[in-house]
Design a protein around this ligand. Structure first.
Ligand SMILES: [Zn+2]
Length: 105
């Protein structure tokens, strides 16, 4: 199964323009381009845009790792991620520390 540009952007968690720029520059290759648009191989997509590493490894209570980000809420020093399990529909909340260390005054 191949992804359209819009699907690819959603899967990778980036803007559509990011995907189209990557396609135009050749950074991201595609299988086909026709009147329906691009057909992008998911494996190629995740090679260039690794799957939402921020929440990778987080598992739903049902055992699934297939979590979709609903929203991210930036806080002081961490980011709150609200996720939804694609398998059972449960909501999962996780907290990810902000990578960049804060500069103390
Ligand atoms: Zn689940």
């Amino acid at each position: 199964m191949y992804l359209t540009l819009g699907q690819a952007a959603r899967e990778a968690g980036v803007a559509k323009s990011t995907i189209s720029k990557a396609l135009a520059s050749g950074k991201l290759s595609y299988r086909e381009k026709n009147s329906d648009g691009y057909k992008i191989d998911p494996a190629e997509l995740f090679r260039v845009f690794p799957k939402t590493s921020k929440t990778a490894g987080i598992r739903c209570v049902c055992g699934s790792f297939d979590l979709r980000t609903i929203r991210t809420v930036p806080r002081d020093g961490f980011v709150l991620h609200r996720l939804e399990c694609r398998d059972c529909g449960r909501r999962v909340v996780t907290v990810v520390p902000v990578n960049a260390p804060r500069i103390k005054p």
